[in-house]
Design a protein around this ligand. Structure first.
Ligand code: TNX
Length: 530
C-alpha cells in the first residue's frame, strides 16, 4: 500500500476532486454511477447546465413541494455558490430551469418512484407522490460531479448528461438501525445518519432505544429510566438520552427527508437499565447495579407481575404519541433467562398493548415463537426456523440476516472496530445476496424489505460509526431498491469505487477496502485512527 500522511492524502483528494472540473462534458447518462442503480436509464447524448439563472419551479401543492425544492437548492448552494430560487407562483419554467411536478398519471412509479427527464433546456422530475420527487433529487445529486457535495465553494461547470430515468424501489422498507444504547449518539449524529440514508434512498431508521447498558428516551411517567438508567454506557462513559422534545425533533427531521423512525424498546431481556432504575420490575424486587459490559442474555423483566404490564403500557403509550410511523419495535431477542413458558404469554400480551395504542408490532425473530397478531412483522436476524414460523403464521418478514447485513461485523480480521460472531463482511459478501432467495421458505411476497443494523458495542462516535457504515450502507440501499436481476457485484464495485470521491466530499470517514480499485491514494492507516 502506498504511504501517505493524513494531510497529504486529504490534499491529494482535494486535487482529484478539483481535477474532475477539467474533465470532459458529460453527455452519456448511462455512464453515470448512480447508487442504487435505477430501473431504467436512456441517454440522449447532450448536456444540461446549472447556472445563475436556474430556478426550481414546483407544480402541485406548494406547501408540500416548496420544502422539497428548497432542500435541493440548499444542497446545491455551498459548493456551486448558486442561490437557486424556488418558484411556487404557477409560472412556467424556461431555459435552464428545474421543474418538480406531481402528477398521478403514471401508476408504475408507485408511491416512491420518479421519472427524471433531462434535456439541454430543462431538468424535470415527475412523481405521483412527494417522496418520488425527493428520490429524483437524490439521483440528480449523483448526476452532478462529486465536488457538488463539498461544503465549500468549488469551480463549475455544473453539468448533467441528458436522458430519461424511470425508477422505483423493489421493497417499501429500506432501513438501517442505530444502537444508541450500548453507546449513546446525540441528536446531531442521528441527523447526519438520516441525511446519509436519504442520499441512498433509504426510508426507515430503527432506533434501538433501550438495552442493558442504557435507557435513551425520556418517559415522563417513569422518570428514573433516564435520570438513572440513561447515565452510563459500555465501558463506563457518561451515556445520555433524548428528551421527548429532542426525539420529536429527530422524527421531524427524518420526516422531512422521507425517513420513518421506528423506536425499539427491547424486552423482556436486554432490560438491565430499566431494572436498575425501578426495583419493582425485578423478580424478587431488588434492583441490580447499572451495567457497562457487553454480555447479552442475563436480564429479564418479571413477566408474572402486573406492574410490568403497567410499565410497558405507559412506555408504549408515550412513545406511540411521539411516533407518527406505523411500527413500535418490541425487541424480544436473546431473552435467555426468561423461561419459554413465560416468554410466549409475555410477547402475546405486549403485542396487544402495542395494538391498543394504534401501532403495528415489529420484533426480532424469536417473537415468532409466540402467537403473532395479524400485522406483526418478524425481523429475521439469526434463526431462519424462527422466521419461517412467522411466515407460517402469515407474518411478513424484515430481512436482517446477521451473516450478510450486520453493519457491526468486521470487514476482515484487521478491522479496528466491530465484532465477528456472525463472520467477516467484506463489501462483496455484504452485497452478494438476495433477500428473496436466501431462505427458500421465505419468498419475495413474504418480505417487506431489508434492514442493516449497526450495533454499537465497539463504536462510540460518528467517525467510528461511519467506518463500519461506509461503504457498506450504499450496498444495502441497492439491495432494497434495485431489482435483484439487475444487480451484479462486478458492475457494482465500479460504481461504488467512483463514490469514493463523493463520500470524501460529504466528509464521510469510509473504510477504503482494498478489494475495490478506488483510483484514490489509499491511506497508510485507517482514517478512523486519528
Ligand atoms: C446480537 S441482533 C444482538 C445484539 C448485539 C449484537 C451484536 C440482536 C437481535 N441481538 O444485542 O448487539 O448481536 O452484533
Amino acid at each position: 500500500m502506498k504511504k501517505f500522511t493524513r494531510l497529504a492524502t486529504a490534499a491529494a483528494l482535494m486535487t482529484m476532486i478539483g481535477m474532475t472540473a477539467c474533465s470532459t462534458t458529460p453527455t452519456d447518462m448511462t455512464k453515470a454511477n448512480i447508487i442504487p442503480k435505477p430501473v431504467s436509464v436512456e441517454s440522449t447524448g447532450k448536456t444540461f447546465t446549472l447556472s445563475g439563472r436556474t430556478g426550481i419551479y414546483v407544480s402541485g401543492p406548494s406547501e408540500e413541494l416548496a420544502p422539497i425544492g428548497q432542500y435541493l437548492s440548499d444542497k446545491l448552494s455551498p459548493s456551486t455558490g448558486l442561490v437557486i430560487k424556488v418558484i411556487t407562483d404557477g409560472s412556467r419554467p424556461g431555459r435552464g430551469d428545474i421543474l418538480l411536478e406531481l402528477s398521478e398519471a403514471d401508476s408504475d412509479l408507485g408511491e416512491e418512484g420518479y421519472e427524471l427527464v433531462v434535456t439541454d433546456k430543462l431538468l424535470k422530475i415527475n412523481a405521483n407522490k412527494p417522496a418520488g420527487l425527493f428520490y429524483g433529487i437524490q439521483t440528480v445529486r449523483q448526476l452532478l460531479p462529486a465536488r457538488v457535495e463539498m461544503g465549500t465553494l468549488q469551480d463549475g461547470p455544473w453539468e448533467i448528461p441528458t436522458g430519461t430515468i424511470r425508477d422505483y424501489p423493489l421493497y417499501s422498507y429500506r432501513g438501517a438501525m442505530s444502537d444508541v444504547s450500548r453507546h449513546f449518539f446525540g441528536v446531531e449524529d442521528i441527523k447526519t445518519f438520516i441525511d446519509q440514508m436519504a442520499t441512498y434512498k433509504m426510508n426507515m431508521l430503527h432506533l434501538h432505544l433501550s438495552d442493558d447498558q442504557g435507557w435513551r428516551i425520556e418517559i415522563k411517567s417513569w422518570p428514573n429510566l433516564t435520570a438513572h438508567g440513561g447515565k452510563t454506557e459500555v465501558d463506563g462513559g457518561e451515556g445520555g438520552f433524548y428528551t421527548q422534545e429532542q426525539y420529536s425533533e429527530i422524527v421531524k427531521y427524518a420526516r422531512e427527508r422521507f425517513v420513518t423512525i421506528i423506536p425499539e424498546i427491547d424486552m423482556p431481556g436486554h432490560t438491565n437499565a430499566a431494572l436498575s432504575s425501578y426495583p419493582e420490575l425485578n423478580i424478587g424486587g431488588k434492583a441490580p447495579e447499572l451495567y457497562t459490559g457487553t454480555n447479552v442474555g442475563f436480564s429479564t423483566l418479571d413477566t408474572k407481575s402486573e406492574i410490568t404490564y403497567k410499565f410497558i403500557d405507559d412506555v408504549i403509550r408515550e412513545l406511540s404519541e411521539l411516533t407518527p410511523g406505523p411500527y413500535i419495535h418490541i425487541g424480544g431477542d436473546e431473552s435467555h433467562v426468561t423461561k419459554l413458558e413465560d416468554y410466549i404469554p409475555f410477547i402475546n400480551r405486549v403485542q396487544d398493548i402495542v395494538v391498543s395504542h394504534g401501532k403495528q408490532v415489529l420484533g426480532w425473530d424469536e417473537i415468532a415463537l409466540a402467537t403473532l397478531k395479524p400485522n406483526t412483522v418478524v425481523q429475521f436476524w439469526a434463526r431462519a426456523d424462527n422466521a419461517i414460523k412467522g411466515v407460517n403464521q402469515g407474518a411478513k418478514v424484515l430481512m436482517s440476516p446477521a451473516k450478510y447485513a450486520y453493519l457491526d461485523m468486521q470487514y476482515d480480521s484487521t478491522s479496528i472496530f466491530g465484532l465477528h460472531w456472525a463472520g467477516f463482511i467484506e463489501l462483496d459478501h455484504g452485497y452478494n445476496w438476495d433477500p428473496a432467495t436466501l431462505v427458500p421458505e421465505i419468498k419475495r411476497e413474504n418480505i417487506i424489505g431489508i434492514e442493516a443494523p449497526l450495533w454499537s458495542e465497539t463504536i462510540s462516535d460518528r467517525k467510528e460509526a461511519e467506518y463500519l457504515l461506509f461503504p457498506r450502507l450504499p450496498g444495502y440501499a441497492e439491495i432494497g431498491w434495485t431489482p435483484a436481476e439487475m444487480r451484479n457485484w462486478d458492475e457494482y464495485k465500479v460504481r461504488l469505487a467512483s463514490h469514493g470521491l463523493r463520500m470524501h466530499a460529504m466528509g464521510i470517514n469510509f473504510y477504503q477496502s482494498e478489494i475495490l480499485e478506488w483510483g484514490l491514494p489509499l491511506q497508510e492507516e485507517s482514517p478512523a485512527v486519528e
